[in-house]
Design a protein around this ligand. Structure first.
Ligand SMILES: Cc1cc2nc3c(=O)[nH]c(=O)nc-3n(C[C@H](O)[C@H](O)[C@H](O)COP(=O)(O)O)c2cc1C
Ligand SMILES: [Mn+2]
Length: 498
């Protein structure tokens, strides 16, 4: 079977992981309160196979939870395999191939979804008094979380009042009770923008939330595509075929036909509830929650033995880094290249918890640029921080393309040896930035700016097409003929490893 089938359907995705030995069927009884989350946390941190919890102590009999859906693998040759399978890409896929695939679909013609009459998600339908989300296996993810989170790897579905813009976006959702949810609706995110359009008409936002949708759809729902670009059409372009959708119970919104669970209702205009705190993507657990908008649930659909996918946010690498970070990287590369800047790769190092992006500068083209490092950094800042994707990640590191920016040890080396303390750390306190960044002060958060900076790791000589020094290493310091001979004789010297 083609790997694309895994990108289109969660159960096919899980079968493929199982075939590869990258899925553990956890058949013993596990608690939804902390136990499944602690296991999943350890899985991320040790880079183990994804756990599918088949037997949960609480909740609907037969309901299951999937942990670490896009966690990293321990084998360095297949580190990105689970992430790559979200796009139907093979086990050995490297970051550059991921980014190029995601980028190429941005330049392709959108392929809108096709509506089908019936979908597996309609196997069970709750409405009215039947609705009780507490019957699903909703986990408590960290001991100090303010509630149980049903949405950590699911996406919101909303549409602009004129019907022209469909927005699918990942956002977290906490249970308030069996019929009420709450979660952040940040005004600069697309769900916040569309909610404002409905509020202007005096109406709550018709809303659905998809859990266990096609893996490619989930990944794209975590991607900051530009304003007014509909995610479903982009997903079709990415996969080379349309998604199958059904019309939700409310009669207007369209949701993937093969989703595991769909919750639908309204995102209120004025109702709020206490949300959080929750252990978050930057690796910290704050000790206070916040008032956030309420989502009122009007219907729930789910497959038999539904699977609830879960991201247990915290220290990298989890999906806020592997999915969000990767999708942001592709989007940032697109924005910078479209602006004519000489860059050839962008990468949100997972280790930096989606708080920095590294940008690889094509030094052969840099010599054609006018001005010095400061002028160049200012140009990059204007494009990057003002883009929907760059806005989310407050630090940008500029390095020459002799560095492989997907290798953290090379980035650290460049940071330590190339950035001058007096002129290469350039703060942009006036450019708006994402409020969730952990080092922001309360004044920064209320002003909506203050945390952005560029770190320039380009040597002044690189702006004149030269390099200050060559690299001292096996790759750079010896004649090719000698290196070849040494590698041929490696075992003869007594080394057993390659
Ligand atoms: C696992 C995961 C969890 C996320 N949680 C949130 C969240 O709670 N709130 C939020 O604003 N963005 C969250 N994001 C990021 C958004 O999904 C992302 O910025 C996306 O671009 C938003 O869609 P939009 O660009 O259409 O607004 C999360 C991403 C991932 C991968
Ligand atoms: Mn969007």
């Amino acid at each position: 079977m083609s790997l694309i089938e895994s990108a289109l359907d969660l159960r096919t995705f899980l079968d493929e992981l199982r075939r590869r030995g990258d899925l553990i069927d956890v058949n013993c009884e596990v608690e939804t309160r902390l136990e499944l989350a602690a296991i999943t946390r350890r899985v991320y941190e040790q880079r183990l196979s994804a756990p599918l919890f088949n037997h949960l102590k609480e909740g609907l009999p037969g309901a299951r939870v999937l942990g670490a859906p896009a966690g990293m693998l321990r084998d360095p040759a297949k580190e990105y395999a689970r992430l790559a399978l979200h796009f139907g890409l093979p086990e050995h896929t490297r970051p550059a191939e991921l980014i190029m695939t995601i980028r190429a679909a941005m330049m392709a013609t959108p392929v809108p979804p096709v509506r089908v009459a019936k979908g597996a998600v309609q196997e069970n339908i709750w409405s009215g008094d039947d609705i009780d989300l507490t019957r699903l296996p909703v986990p408590l993810l960290h001991e100090k979380d303010g509630g149980r989170y049903i949405g950590t790897y699911g996406f919101h579905v909303v549409q602009s009042p004129d019907g022209r813009w469909d927005s699918w976006s990942i956002g977290r959702l906490m249970l308030v009770n069996g019929k009420k949810l709450t979660g952040p609706v940040i005004p600069t995110q697309h769900i916040g923008m569309i909610r404002a359009m409905w509020a202007k008409e005096g109406k709550p936002t018709p809303w659905a939330f998809v859990l266990g949708g096609p893996p490619a759809a989930v990944a794209v729902a975590g991607m900051p595509l530009p304003d007014f670009v509909s995610e479903p059409g982009y997903i079709g372009a990415l996969l080379g075929q349309p998604l199958e959708v059904i019309t939700a119970q409310n009669g207007t919104l369209q949701v993937p036909a093969n989703a595991e669970i769909v919750i639908e209702g309204e995102l209120s205009i004025n109702d709020t509830a206490q949300e959080g705190p929750m252990g978050e993507y930057h690796g910290y657990q704050h000790n206070k929650g916040k008032m956030q908008p309420v989502f009122h649930v009007k219907a729930v659909m789910f497959r038999n033995n539904p699977i609830l996918p879960v991201c247990v946010a915290g220290l990298p690498p989890e999906e806020n880094h592997t999915i969000w970070g990767t999708m942001i990287s592709a989007q940032v590369l697109d924005a910078l290249q479209n602006a004519g800047l000489p860059v050839d790769m962008a990468w949100c190092s997972y280790e930096a918890a989606t708080c920095w992006t590294v940008v690889s500068v094509d030094v052969a083209k840099l010599a054609d640029e006018d001005g010095d490092a400061r002028t160049f950094a200012n140009r990059v800042a204007e494009v990057y921080f003002r883009s929907h994707a760059g806005y989310l990640v407050p630090k940008l590191i500029l390095v020459g393309n002799d560095i492989d920016i997907t290798r953290i040890e090379e980035v650290v080396w460049a940071l330590a040896t190339r950035a001058h303390p007096q002129h290469d750390f350039i703060a942009y306190p006036q450019i708006p930035g994402f409020p969730m960044v952990p080092y922001l002060t309360s004044e920064d958060i209320s002003r909506g700016k203050g945390g952005n900076m560029i770190i320039n790791c380009l040597f002044p000589e690189q702006f004149a097409g030269k390099m200050r020094a060559t690299t001292a290493s096996f790759a750079h310091s010896y004649p090719e003929s000698l290196k070849t001979r040494i590698l041929e004789r490696w075992r003869e010297y007594g080394f057993i490893d390659q």
